[in-house]
Design a protein around this ligand. Structure first.
Ligand code: ZN
Length: 286
């Protein structure tokens, strides 16, 4: 599933390519992707409008529409992709190896802009959604998210207050969107590794020094992953159809049964923590 760094990569690309472009036509192949309004009403609402700003909260994309009472929310969920194609037919930066033909079998929504360019929403598993919400609904939805990493709101004082003394396993805490927004399975494992804690370790067994390290590694891992334009395990691509570069930086995720590249002694193990497949090094992490 795309996590904060992947969704942020898509958001930045979208701001570069689609802001201010007038939506000329909308094709919807799978009606269930559109939540809330009926498909026809949804199309009617978007037609002729343009995007003013594209924001993000956790893994959720927030499209502000020009002169509109509603906001468009897009969630990529498990396998959603947003791919932009210029009017001359080339995809984003011209990389088509991961996307194949467009529109493809899984292109469920296509936005056609007046300048001839198009935005494709592909989704193999179809858990992703598009939804128009009122300002009030938006407020309610955003209110459910925890603190947002990589912003001023994510500071040591606030983090310490949020986490200290909790009895939960550290990975379960990291995955809880109501605590911290945007971390999923890949980055939770990488953050635990870099902090040197086992993913199932209880938070109340960690002293303040380790908690501070955890706080710093959340920022480090996510910032580096944004810098590398995310991680592609299976489906994630950026707006130009390109894979994320953070995959080369992964220390534990996807490395089960391989030797740890840091201590060069431990064998990376895979177990279940917080209901998710979890990787760790039994030597580097305690
Ligand atoms: Zn190790």
């Amino acid at each position: 599933m795309p996590e904060l760094p992947e969704v942020e990569t898509v958001r930045r690309d979208l701001e570069r390519y689609v802001l201010g472009k007038k939506i000329f036509g909308i094709e919807i192949g799978k009606e269930k992707i559109v939540k809330g309004l009926g498909v026809e009403e949804f199309k009617r609402y978007l037609k002729g409008r343009s995007f003013l700003k594209i924001g993000r909260r956790g893994k959720l994309l927030i499209f502000d529409l020009k002169e509109s009472k509603k906001t468009l929310l897009v969630h990529l969920k498990m396998t959603g992709q947003l791919i932009y194609r210029f009017s001359k037919g080339t995809v984003g930066g011209g990389h088509t190896q991961k996307t194949g033909k467009l529109p493809g079998k899984y292109s469920h929504i296509i936005l056609k802009f007046k300048d001839g360019s198009e935005l494709f929403f592909n989704d193999l598993r179809q858990f992703g959604y598009w939804k128009l919400v009122s300002k009030k609904e938006l407020e309610q939805i955003l209110g459910r998210f925890g603190i947002e990493p990589l912003t001023k709101g994510f500071n040591w004082k606030g983090f310490k207050k949020l986490i200290l003394g909790r009895k939960r396993q550290v990975k379960a805490f990291l995955l809880d969107q109501k605590m911290i927004a945007g971390i999923g399975n890949i980055y939770a494992d990488e953050i635990c590794f870099r902090t040197g804690v086992l993913p199932d370790r209880r938070i109340d067994s960690m002293d303040e020094k380790i908690i501070k390290k955890l706080y710093k590694e959340i920022e480090n891992v996510l910032a580096e992953a944004v810098d590398k334009r995310g991680t592609t395990i299976s489906d994630f691509v950026d707006l130009s159809g390109k894979s994320g570069g953070y995959i080369k930086k992964l220390k534990v995720y996807g490395r089960e049964k391989k030797k740890c590249i840091v201590c060069k002694k431990g064998m990376i193990k895979k177990v279940k923590v917080a209901g998710r497949g979890t990787r760790f090094c039994p030597i580097c992490q305690v």
